[in-house]
Write a protein that binds this ligand. Structure first.
Ligand code: ADP
Ligand code: ZN
Length: 728
């Protein structure tokens, strides 16, 4: 037999299959140790064949590393699917196992158990003891009762020397068994609910229709989680397994508690906050079939479960589902492939589906199920817009409008809680007229321009167009064009000044540097240890606080005017999500949204919770401006140590693509420019942005990858991103 092995080494020249023999049988999917050059390296057996066609000497596998295949056959086929998308084989395989398994850096945890020798009666055993050996006698009586107990427990209650003596006498035996390290969750009592007719209808459609892929579009609070759990229950009854994905930030101990209350030990959780040991054990429980429900963030899509019955992706539109580092993959792509392989159901859920997903549903690619009502007929909170231009004209230049201040005052008086939301987006900054609200846009791309401090220009991040910064508004002539930049800290300071008696908490990147900190902040707020929670995007998602009756959005425009073709979509999603935090329990909620452009379509649709209206408008814009889903925006990011070399590499790439065959005409536009951030970690950055006709994607992409690979310059690396979530 000849074994095909992918060697676990980060080097693009080595990312190919090597043939090995073995003096012992090896299964496909096993990790092995192989000789490689003068070294010994770990590798993955991805296939076997009768004979090799290599002319090189074929060496022997040195040893098997795990004894059983770490990678199931389905995942080997998944890797083949992924490498067609320009990913490296070894990077894919590494995604499928706990990273610390490599290099043997994580071990199975064990513990010793003691057993009573059942061939002895209690009298026999006691007769074998020395007179007055109190501890030994205690142990014998206890072990005779229970039969088996952890050695650590007995040692602690009695003493280790006594245990040792009893083993020597043959009264007790000891054996070492594997122990699972189980991640902590909250103990939550199972809530039994009767599904509403909308929920039941959704469950029936998913279970009974011949279709396999669904988009569950349900307003916030429509009870989607209950639907997911019902589907998982049916899947488990059929003896199959399920994967349930949620955004990392939603994976709270409560969430795990709810799933454990429903599915007990069948649930295994995978997220970035686990210890290496916990992650390894949860992975092994799934791999062995002891657990059949994988609950996790993005990377849990690679859970080693066989015989999948359902994959559920909650908050499908969330950006965390697109991997932002290498290997870059789209969770939904992987989910579709795994669902296809297993003939499993794929359910995408959201109150605000991404435009691309909703378009697919409209095209019939996903079966669309709509939930229009909140559970128990609770009302959606009312959204009021406040025109900040008017506030300024009235002489109010603070971050809070008069209506928001009086609403805050009222909320505090009533003893309720408020959330103040600031949708700040990293370094991105736009320029806006403080009198008429005008924001300059790219004449070619219809996206807002970004202000670049270093040369005081306005730039389009897609086509690279550059304009001089303006100081006077071309529409109304007002002389105050500037960036409205406030931070959460400033807001907290203001709140402390205006409402000195109010207790204010802040949640943003600065206050959540450690893993537990956001859970701490959220539980403090939940326990009413604060009256106002100020935060960024982090407070927008999924949280369920019963006493929040007011949500304030400081400057809705911040996400609307970033230089990003998804700006409208993101803003609609954010407003809907934060608004969904108000009035979740019995008290009605209200939302106050401050903006300089109150008449903007996005706000009109968001106010009315009119997703469909928003979608129709947006999809039209995307079609005329040639953005996804009608095209794929491909960004080739060129990074290098030397500015000149990097620039000329980007230029070369551009020229090859611009004159181009890429299957002729499948490419609509190509642009080359500096990346929005021109240098990161001492690397110079340039980018080539390509608009690919979505219908010709399969044709064109392989050619683009090939061109990317053909231009390998020393010290320059090219990354490919498709429809990047953020262009930095
Ligand atoms: P969504 O995910 O759609 O925003 P959730 O699944 O979080 O909504 O449900 C909102 C709330 O309604 C939760 O507290 C949930 O326990 C409750 N709920 C869901 N379904 C029912 C039902 N059929 N009867 C009563 N309460 C329900
Ligand atoms: Zn442009």
């Amino acid at each position: 037999m000849v074994y095909e092995v992918i060697v676990d080494i980060s080097n693009s020249e080595v990312d190919k299959v090597f043939d090995y023999h073995a003096p012992f049988p090896v299964e496909v999917g096993e990790r092995v140790l192989v000789p490689f050059g003068r070294r010994q390296l770990e590798g993955y057996v991805i296939g076997v064949k009768e004979k090799s066609d290599t002319h090189f000497e074929i060496k022997d596998i040195i040893m098997r590393l795990d004894g059983t295949p770490a990678i199931i056959p389905e995942m080997l086929s998944l890797a083949k699917f992924m490498i067609k998308k320009n990913l490296r084989y070894v990077d894919c395989l590494r995604l499928f196992i706990p990273s610390k398994l490599r290099g043997g850096r994580v071990k199975i945890a064990t513990e010793n158990h003691l057993y009573y020798n059942t061939s002895l009666t209690l009298e026999d055993a006691l007769a074998m003891l020395k007179k007055g050996a109190k501890a030994q006698e205690g142990i014998v009586r206890r072990m005779y009762e229970v039969g088996e107990e952890k050695e650590s427990v007995i040692n602690q209650e009695f003493n280790a020397q006594a245990v040792k003596t009893l083993i020597e006498k043959g009264i007790l035996t000891r054996s070492t068994i594997e122990r699972d390290r189980i991640p902590k969750g909250m103990e939550i009592a199972r809530k039994v609910v009767t599904l509403t007719s909308e929920q039941q209808n959704a469950v029936d459609i998913i279970n009974n229709s011949g279709k396999n892929t669904f988009l569950l579009h349900g307003v916030t609070g429509s009870g989607k989680t209950e639907i997911y759990m019902n589907i998982i229950e049916s899947v488990l009854k059929e003896g199959k397994t399920a994967i349930m994905l949620v955004p990392e930030i939603s994976l709270t101990p409560q969430m795990l508690g709810v799933f454990r209350a429903r599915f007990g030990d069948e649930v295994s959780v995978l997220h970035s906050g686990l210890s290496d040991g916990e992650r390894y054990d949860e992975w092994r429980r799934l791999r062995s079939g002891k657990a059949r429900v994988a609950l996790g963030a993005r990377s849990a899509i690679f859970a080693p479960v066989s015989n999948l019955g359902a994959i559920i992706i909650d908050e499908e539109h969330d950006t965390s589902y697109v991997s932002d580092r290498n290997p870059r993959y789209f969770t939904v792509d992987i989910a579709e492939e795994r669902a296809r392989y297993n003939d499993a159901k794929l359910i995408l859920g959201s109150a605000t589906p991404s435009i691309e997903t909703y378009y697919k549903a409209k095209q019939g690619k996903y079966h669309l199920i709509t939930l229009r009502n909140r559970v128990n007929d609770k009302k959606m909170p009312e959204i009021e817009t406040v025109d900040m231009k008017k506030e300024i004209r009235r002489g109010n230049v603070s971050v809070f409008s008069a209506p928001l201040l009086s609403a805050l005052d009222e909320t505090l008086q009533e003893g309720n809680q408020a959330m103040i939301f600031l949708n700040r987006r990293g370094y991105v900054s736009f320029v806006r007229c403080r009198s008429c609200g005008y924001v300059p846009k790219c004449p070619h791309c219809e996206v807002s321009l970004t202000h670049h401090k270093e040369d005081n220009t306005l730039r389009c991040h897609y086509c690279g167009s550059k304009f001089k910064m303006i100081s006077e508004c071309p529409i109304c002539g007002y002389q105050d064009m500037r960036q409205g930049k406030v931070g959460t800290e400033k807001i907290v300071a203001e709140l402390n000044r205006i409402f000195p008696q109010a207790r204010v908490l802040r949640m943003d990147n600065d206050t959540t540097t450690t893993k537990d900190s956001y859970i701490k902040i959220l539980s403090a707020f939940n326990n009413r240890e604060a009256d106002i929670l100020v935060g960024t995007q982090m407070i927008a998602k999924g949280h369920d606080f019963a006493n929040v009756t007011l949500v304030g959005i400081i400057d809705a425009d911040i996400s609307l005017f970033v230089s990003d073709f998804r700006a409208n979509e993101r803003t609609f999603q954010l407003i809907t999500q934060v608004a969904g935090r108000a009035g979740r329990d019995n008290k009605p909620g209200r939302v106050i949204m401050q903006t300089f452009t109150p008449k903007h379509d996005v706000y009109r649709f968001a106010k009315n919770y009119d997703y469909e209206g928003f979608f129709d408008k947006e999809i039209n814009t995307r079609e005329t401006t040639k953005f996804p889903p009608f095209t794929k925006i491909v960004r080739l990011l060129v990074q290098g140590d030397e500015e000149q070399v990097t620039a000329s590499t980007a230029r070369m790439l551009y020229e090859k693509l611009a004159v181009l065959p890429p299957r002729k005409k499948g490419v609509i536009r190509v642009q080359v420019m500096r990346a929005p951030i021109k240098r990161i970690e001492d690397k110079y950055r340039f980018q080539v942005v390509i608009w690919v006709d979505a219908k010709r994607e399969d044709d064109v992409m392989p050619e683009i990858y090939e061109i990317g690979q053909s231009i390998q310059t020393k010290g320059v690396v090219i990354f490919t991103e498709i429809n990047p979530q953020q262009m930095l």
